[in-house]
Design a protein around this ligand. Structure first.
Ligand SMILES: C[S@@+](CC[C@H](N)C(=O)[O-])C[C@H]1O[C@@H](n2cnc3c(N)ncnc32)[C@H](O)[C@@H]1O
Length: 365
């Protein structure tokens, strides 16, 4: 991507080239995406660097102040491949399941090698320079690097016939794949199919020199659950949520939905009271919850803008338009960062008109 002619050169595509191993139906989906072929948004200046960081290899660092929603990097991936192994041979007689899966992995590596060989030499060099933490599980050098450095692609890439997990795709980048993990991330990314590029954006305020982090694990899991998800990457996370008061952190993460929804229920009761009976406790408890979410690095979850919306409404009720607007802007910044619409309380309440207890709604949200 884009389509390469025999005489194409590496430099003629300023945003870079991606080698794509996709089925024809996914290729069609990509080409039929509205606006396909457009240029990606670019940050006004280079605002990150890649340099060594103790105990983590290379990492990405901010070189200027960044606010929630700010664009850090637009990047076209080096390679896009299916997540699952798509082996099309039957288990040979006498093979154990383990032998069959190792053989399938070997065949898959051969297929992916073809993709890597097709890269421009500059991209191939960048690809092989990436870290490989999958050296002991039978992954070859190509699969190992993809497993270590790949980011899942969303709805634009999906082979329905292969099932939910195996039908997905993964993309590996030159620069963005240098971002290290924290369970308290300060960035998020989205993939824009039309320009065939990732956008990495800040999800909180970042100071110059701060390391940029993304969470490789589901942030709403407990410390033990995240540890399990991170095991294949070959490191143990030492962020404050993993090494500090894990019980407190677990309570917030695993009860995120009910905490935010219960707060909303309290707000609804509070807002129905006559004006002179509304005290400041509602504001304080909501701000406390908001700062807990921010401390835990949960600002990229969909519950954050819901809580921000409640805080904004409390300020409106208290007649403080300046602060109400400040939080409305934060909700807008979240939408920019995530490149998606935020959930709204109306939408959620609409779904569950007849239910009294919002805490029980987690599967709906
Ligand atoms: C996608 S790469 C990130 C860039 C990598 N640090 C490098 O030098 O290329 C993932 C690998 O980085 C390392 N890593 C990422 N986050 C880490 C962390 N929080 N602590 C220690 N190592 C980490 C692990 O080796 C992991 O397998």
């Amino acid at each position: 991507m884009p389509i390469r002619r025999l005489d194409s050169t590496y430099d003629e595509e300023p945003i870079g080239w991606s080698e794509c191993f996709v089925t024809s139906s996914v290729k069609r989906q990509i080409h039929e995406t509205a606006g396909f072929g457009r240029a990606p948004p670019q940050p006004e200046r280079v605002n990150f660097r890649i340099s060594p960081t103790p105990g983590m290899g290379l990492g990405m660092f901010a070189t200027c102040s960044l606010k929630m929603g700010d664009l850090i990097l637009s990047e076209r991936p080096l390679i896009v491949v299916p997540v699952g192994i798509r082996a099309d041979f039957r288990k040979p007689p006498g093979f154990t399941d383990e032998q069959y899966s190792q053989a399938a992995l070997f065949e898959w590596e051969k297929n992916l090698e073809i993709c890597v060989k097709r890269m421009f030499p500059e991209n191939r060099k960048a690809f092989y320079a990436l870290t490989n933490s999958h050296t002991e599980d039978g992954s070859g050098p190509v699969i190992g690097r993809i497993r270590t450095n790949g980011f899942g692609l969303g709805d634009g890439f999906y082979d329905k016939e292969c099932g939910v997990t195996a039908g997905g795709y993964s993309a590996t980048c030159d620069k963005m794949s240098r971002i290290n993990h924290s369970c308290r991330p300060n960035t998020t990314h989205s993939f824009d199919v039309a320009s065939f590029s990732f956008q990495l954006r800040a999800t909180r305020d970042i100071k110059p020199g701060d390391q940029l982090f993304y969470s490789y694990a589901e942030v709403s899991l407990s410390a033990a659950g995240r540890k399990q998800e991170l095991a294949p990457y070959g490191f143990e996370c030492t962020c404050a949520s993993c090494s500090g008061d894990t019980a407190k952190s677990d309570r917030i993460r695993t009860n995120l939905v009910s905490l935010v929804c219960d707060n909303r229920l309290q707000y609804d009761t509070w807002a129905r009271k006559p004006r002179h009976l509304r005290d400041n406790k509602m504001l304080q408890s909501s701000l406390d919850l908001l700062s807990s979410l921010e401390n835990e690095g949960l600002t990229s979850t969909p519950y954050y803008p819901l809580l921000v919306c409640t805080v904004s409404e409390i300020y409106t009720q208290l007649g403080d338009t300046e602060n109400a607007n400040l939080y409305l802007h934060r909700q807008e910044a979240w939408k920019t960062a995530r490149n998606e619409e935020a959930l709204t309380w109306d939408g959620i309440l609409g779904k569950v008109k007849n239910k009294l207890n919002l805490s029980s709604l987690s599967p709906l949200i």
